[in-house]
Write a protein that binds this ligand. Structure first.
Ligand code: ATP
Ligand code: MG
Length: 252
């Protein structure tokens, strides 16, 4: 379970005003007083326009970024207090999850499995299954530097899941992936869901949300503007479709 309590992050943004060392900076809240709970075993989707604070929120949940105010609990572990414990429970993937250009795909998987101290008899069958599920067999020996965006994305997903985390945080898992790849990733999310794990993902693809999310959170300008399930979302306006409801919600 994930519990987010008054989670907030302040950053500094450049202003028009010039100072001695470039533009003067002004603090702003990228995420402001966010509260929500994600039940164990559910798939939650976090939505909202560019810059509304999704990535910042996910980074704080994954203990990659310290909140300015408030906190989040991952299976009751406070992300402010036990960063390492949270990191060991979570598999976190962002669009720029680092991979090493010089390694091949298979070497990458092996490297991160060993980094997580997983023995070969455990990670090999796990990797084989993921490679099969994500249809990656054809490019296992290609170097990361030579991969396409979608291939890199899938490699990052395997890297994220190789230690079999109970809680999975995916920041835009299908961005930059072709239609077939998107459906393969969605099927993988479904199978993760069926195995009883908790998953939170951000996306701009509303059809994915409609198909797989048990729980929908919509953000706008750092704040939560909707929190509920699919049917509650549809109930916002029964005459409109999913996309229309979303557009109205974020434009208000
Ligand atoms: N390290 C940082 N320093 C300063 N500002 C930042 C930093 N990281 C994010 N921001 C700002 O915080 C706001 C929220 O950014 P964030 O990346 O969380 O948005 P997002 O919802 O993930 O957007 P997108 O849909 O484009 O991925 C933006 O205004 C962004 O410019
Ligand atoms: Mg983002």
């Amino acid at each position: 379970m994930i519990e987010v309590k008054n989670l907030s992050k302040q950053f500094k943004a450049p202003t028009e005003e010039k100072g001695l060392f470039g533009p003067k900076k002004k603090p702003f809240w990228a995420v402001k007083d966010l509260n929500f709970q994600i039940k164990k075993g559910s798939v939650a989707s976090i939505l909202g326009p560019n810059g509304c604070g999704k990535t910042t929120t996910l980074r704080m949940i994954a203990a990659m970024l310290t909140p300015s105010r408030g906190t989040a609990f991952v299976d009751s572990v406070d992300v402010r207090k036990d960063k390492q414990v949270v990191k060991s429970k979570i598999g976190y993937m962002t669009n720029n999850t680092s991979l090493y250009d010089r390694l091949s795909v298979i070497e990458t998987i092996k490297f991160f499995a060993e980094l997580n101290q997983i023995s070969a008899d455990i990670y090999m069958p796990r990797a084989e299954k993921l490679i099969e599920q994500l249809d990656m067999k054809k490019y296992l020996n290609k170097r990361v530097a030579d991969l396409s965006t979608g291939m890199k994305q899938k490699t990052s997903i395997v890297r994220t899941l190789i230690h079999d985390p109970d809680l999975i945080v995916l920041d835009e898992p299908t961005t930059g992936v072709d239609v077939t790849g998107q459906s393969v990733i969605i099927d993988l999310i479904k199978s993760i869901k069926d195995s009883g794990k908790t998953l939170i993902f951000s996306t701009h693809q509303l059809n994915e949300v409609r198909d797989i999310a048990d729980h929908i959170i919509v953000m706008k300008a750092g704040e939560k503007i909707f929190d509920g399930d699919n049917s509650q979302f549809q109930e916002l306006d029964s005459n409109k479709n999913f996309t229309e409801i979303f557009m109205e919600l974020v434009s208000e």
